[in-house]
Design a protein around this ligand. Structure first.
Ligand code: NAD
Length: 408
């Protein structure tokens, strides 16, 4: 199953279960515009190389298309289709005035020099220029893209408000780097409150030690949650007593290349396990924060957790989700849990357009309120209609999308 089949199946299933009009589901399964192109750039040795690149604009009833750009060798049109649809749903749930879009280039950025990466990004921007803009479509970083890449796009396009996720000195927003991880933990705390569970003393594991996973782990520890397992693309590390200094691990990993090497250098006593062993570790909260389709029929039976906090996009396949639902494991769905990133992206876009500068504290306070509000609305719908949190989140999104469509 590819991510688009996953997205399509989820939307259809939720539509049927929650009695959403078939007409609206059919519309949401279509995209407004597909941009598919081949970029040719000169490499440093003078040779020419081609790269496939995509941007899908899914829906703009609620505002400009909005969503990240991913640079990864496995980027495909089906993946971008799924991610752009999820952005429409997510932006409606967190209630920012944006629609959904997503893009990417089939490339391993580690194979390119910085100059080559800049040429590739600028070539992509020139292709996208007729279709993007602060009021049309606002890209952002995603896997393997960052503030510097956003700066090249803004420069090539000629307006900083065309992208979000910029570095602070280029017009970025305070709090954006932490927003998705911290926002996910704000959502977790609100869900725990609705279940009358205190966070302190719970255990958690985090799959994926990138931007989202690290800030989520750090924030969980601040809340008294014991983070006992972490993984990157090479290994899982496990400590029954829990990890404490996440930022020391981040720094060591970025110097040494892996979590396994990082714990060795820092002298942290823990088990180094195989990458997928993270799913077999008993915890209260399992946090997929790497890529799509991490939890599948293959590994779902190993999972021994009470809550899945989906910080990656589309980390659970529909078949695995059915197993988790049958076991009454609570899934805090991606479209709700990881919406903190786009919420703060909206703050950035707003500040750029109104010439304002908010502090990190202002941004994170506002984010916490916005995440709590979204969780409260989703939990209310779930209780009223006897739905899972994912189903309820989609119902909330579709209600808001329909209202925007009727307003015109
Ligand atoms: P990132 O590139 O910073 O981190 C991804 C991490 O996952 C990397 O450390 C990589 O080594 C690791 N990884 C890859 N395969 C793995 C595997 N099989 N097992 C364990 N780890 C693995 O990316 P990110 O920005 O942290 O994004 C992570 C996920 O969150 C993606 O699904 C992304 O779409 C989603 N997301 C990100 C944001 C954001 O603001 N960055 C917002 C919403 C959703």
């Amino acid at each position: 199953m590819n991510p688009w089949q996953n997205a399509e199946q989820t939307l259809r299933r939720v539509g049927e279960k929650a009695n959403i009009k078939a007409e609206i589901i059919d519309i949401l399964l279509k995209h407004d515009r597909k941009i598919e192109t081949t970029l040719s750039i000169a490499l440093d040795d003078g040779s020419i190389k081609e790269f496939n690149a995509y941007r899908m604009q899914h829906n703009n009833w609620r505002g400009p298309y909005k969503g990240g750009l991913r640079y990864h060798p496995q980027v495909s049109l089906d993946e971008i289709k799924a991610l752009s649809m999820w952005m429409t749903i997510k932006n409606a749930i967190i209630d920012v005035p944006f629609g959904g879009g997503k893009g990417g280039i089939e490339v391993n950025p580690k194979d390119l020099s910085k100059a080559e990466l800049e040429r590739l990004t600028r070539a992509f921007t020139r292709e996208l220029t007729p279709f993007i803009g602060p009021d049309k479509d606002v890209p952002a970083p995603d896997v393997n893209t960052n503030g510097e890449i956003m700066k090249w796009i803004a420069d090539e396009y000629g307006d900083k408000a065309v992208v979000t996720g910029k570095n602070i000195e280029d017009g970025g927003a305070e709090g954006r780097t932490e927003a998705t991880g911290y926002g996910g933990v704000y959502a977790l705390l609100a869900v725990l409150e609705s279940m009358d569970i205190k966070p302190s003393g719970l255990t958690a594991s985090v799959q994926g030690f990138g931007n989202v996973g690290t800030y989520a782990a750090e924030s969980m520890i601040e809340q008294g949650i014991k983070v006992v397992a972490l993984s990157d693309s090479k290994n899982t590390i496990y400590s029954a007593t829990g990890f404490s200094d996440i930022m020391a691990l981040v720094n060591a990993k970025s110097r040494l290349g892996s979590l396994a090497a990082a714990v060795k250098e820092l002298g942290i006593g823990c088990d180094v396990l195989a990458v997928d062993d993270i799913f077999g570790i008993k915890v209260d909260i399992l946090t997929p924060a790497a890529l799509e389709m991490a939890i599948t029929s293959e590994n779902v039976d190993k999972i021994d957790a009470k809550i899945i906090l989906e910080l990656a996009n589309g980390p659970t396949t529909p078949a695995a989700e059915k197993v988790l639902n049958d076991k009454k494991i609570v899934i805090i769905p991606d479209v709700l849990a990881n919406s903190g990133g786009v919420a703060v992206s909206y703050y950035e876009w707003y500040q750029n357009r109104h010439d304002e500068k908010w502090t990190k504290e202002q941004a994170l306070d506002k984010l916490e309120g916005q995440m709590r509000m979204a969780v409260s609305e989703v939990v209310t719908i779930a209780k009223e209609l006897d739905l899972t949190l994912r189903e309820a989140a989609y119902v909330l999104a579709v209600r808001r999308l329909e209202a925007a469509r009727l307003k015109g």
